[in-house]
Design a protein around this ligand. Sequence first.
Ligand code: KMH
Ligand code: ZN
Length: 309
Amino acid sequence: MDDKVIITCALTGGMTVPAQSAAIPVTVDQIVEDGLRAAEAGASVLHIHVREEATGRPVADLELFDAVLSRLKAQTDAVLQPTTGGGRGMTVIERGAIVPRFRPEMATLNAGSFNFGLYPILQRDLNFQEWEVDYLEGTRDYIFKNTFADVTYLKGLMDEAGTKPEIEIYDVGHLFNLRQLIKEGVVTPPFNLQFVLGVLGANMVEPDQLIHMLRTAERLFGSGNFTWSAAGVGYPGEFQLVALGLMMGGNVRVGLEDNLRVRRTAAAKSNVELVEKAVALAAMFDRTPATPAEARAVLGLKGSEDTDF
Ligand code: KMH
Ligand code: ZN
């Protein structure tokens, strides 16, 4: 097993809302500051979303992406990985615009459509803003749309930009989608998989679910033809998958995008706390955080010079 582990930190996302935690970075300054500290703590990939600064609402605003990406690139060598997943209400055109505009080394590519239910968050006794109630309640009737046409379109943008996709797999069926896209020449091995478990509407965080998805990927694609990472949504799911990923030779993802607790009884004060816990767990499994250069080599990335930010 390769002792190096690529730790991705998903800084803010488009799922959680500010009412859930004051730790969620919202402004450009907060996202940049948290990203720099997360990289310092051992994250070699920073997964980037942006939010309206005044309200914290997830947006696809290219000016905000430019500010975050440019300032991070100026201060860290970590791989900067913007999302094409965006958030509820964004079209695939809006979501994909970050690729030709910034030509990032890496961006997410979601391999299938599914219900994306965030509305149970409203059962918590929190001080929600009006938009947060609408945003969350609206997910009762929301499909995170990634049709074969959408995935093909987004991957085409990435091919033109020299951007490597991180292919997000939420259900085992998404692996069979991927097999079809390989047949069509849309995706060619080697590629990078991120197993994301714990979204209501797709697979949940259970050890045998991850192992089944991994074994299915190995059977469909051959274990030498892909790298993989594990991202658990919620607590303890995030760190259950971190432990499994570390034990099984994979890479791992943590961050306030996916999970707001660092202990069962303690909310995370920042992304750094989550990265630090992943680094500590890695050491227990004889694994050390990959440097950005090592991550680029494993993921097959073009380097940060050839980007447009
Ligand atoms: N929010 C995660 C559940 C993306 O941004 O494209 C999935 C994710 C995908 O991070
Ligand atoms: Zn994301």
